[in-house]
Design a protein around this ligand. Structure first.
Ligand code: PBG
Length: 330
């Protein structure tokens, strides 16, 4: 053996020599409390397995309660709710978005009553309710900003009244965080949090989700409001605005292809950062695992720890329940 090797001053492998040493030097950890489970709910009395997202289900109200109970048992503390509104009830104005008898408020009340310790997160945007399939109101073919924000504020107040703990606007309209904060406060909901989808990209990875909710835009795309995947500095500008307008938490979405954005936002804010591992990321992993080419447990946990390592405090993921169980098994 050459003297060069004997004299090696640093041998990084020493810190990897046994499970005990590796655990001592592990830099990032993932726990079930950091995972948020997105759930789909519909009016039908039957639960519906989702063709576009194998392993995921669109729940009836009863099914949702069972799923939420199971998630809590697995160690998940928070759910985010997404409704599928029947085609016949969608309107250009998306009125169901703020109807106190709509599906989301009924689900919120049922969940709050049955599982008061569960943290309920709601989505604010018009796409599941709009006959145009856009996150905002469409006037002469354009998604209009300020009129949309007024509707979103009504939607947020209604959700707060029905029991939402955290309201998460995913619509990407300008100024909505400030407007929602003001509307919530004026209506006495000073304790309801805002989790802003700060950097939500116009991504191809939302396809399976739109399949699950039949919520694809009827015309055009979402590029006039969601961000260009090529941009990262712009995320910092959105972040500055959201902080100024009063966001309690901020989000990057999707997660895996945008780890650099998470890392840059981590440097720029002291607020908690969430990252959303979206439906297309789920489907890509799921398909490769189902085909037998990836080991599910190892691949999924690696994808999640990578998002944490980039700087996310919280991860929204359709794998939340299985990941929580794997983490608890150790
Ligand atoms: C819409 C919304 C979308 C998702 C969450 N909220 C889709 C979109 O913007 O078209 C996507 C989530 C996923 O793909 O898992 N407000």
């Amino acid at each position: 053996m050459s003297e060069f090797f004997l004299d090696l001053p640093m041998r990084p492998r020493r810190n990897r020599k046994s499970p005990g040493v590796r655990a001592m030097v592990q830099e990032t950890h993932l726990t079930p409390a950091q995972l948020v489970l997105p759930v789909f709910v519909h009016e039908d009395p039957e639960d519906q397995p989702l063709a576009s997202m194998p392993g995921c289900t669109r729940w009836s109200l009863d099914g949702l309660l069972r799923e939420a109970e199971g998630a809590l048992e697995d160690g998940i503390r928070a759910l985010v709710l997404f409704p599928k509104v029947p085609e016949g009830r969608k309107t250009p104005g998306g009125e169901e978005a703020f109807d106190p008898e709509g599906l989301v408020p009924r689900a919120l009340r049922a969940l709050k009553q049955r599982l008061p310790e569960l943290v309920l997160v709601t989505d604010v945007a018009l796409d599941p309710y709009s006959s145009d399939g856009h996150d905002g109101l469409v006037v002469d073919g354009e998604v209009v900003n300020d009129a949309t924000v007024e509707v979103l504020a009504k939607q947020a107040v209604m959700q707060a009244e029905a029991g939402a703990d955290i309201i998460a606007p995913s619509d990407m309209m300008d100024g909505r965080i400030g407007a929602l904060r003001e509307a919530l406060d004026l209506n006495g909901h000073t304790g309801v949090s805002l989790l802003s989808y700060t950097a939500k990209y116009a991504s191809a990875f939302y396809g399976p989700f739109r399949g699950a909710l039949d919520s694809a835009p009827k015309a055009g795309d979402k590029k006039t409001y969601q961000m260009d995947p090529a941009n990262a500095r712009e995320a910092l500008r959105e972040l500055a605005l959201d902080e100024h307008e009063g966001a309690d938490m901020v989000m990057v979405k999707p997660a895996g292809p945008y780890l650099d954005v998470i890392a840059r936002m981590r440097e720029a804010t002291t607020l908690p950062i969430a990252a959303y591992q979206v439906s297309g990321e789920y489907l890509a992993l799921r398909s490769a695992c189902d085909a037998g080419w990836l080991q599910e447990r190892e691949a999924v946990l690696e994808s999640l720890i990578g998002i944490r390592r980039a700087g996310a405090d919280l991860v929204l993921t359709y794998f939340a329940r299985s990941a929580a169980r794997w983490l608890r098994e150790g």
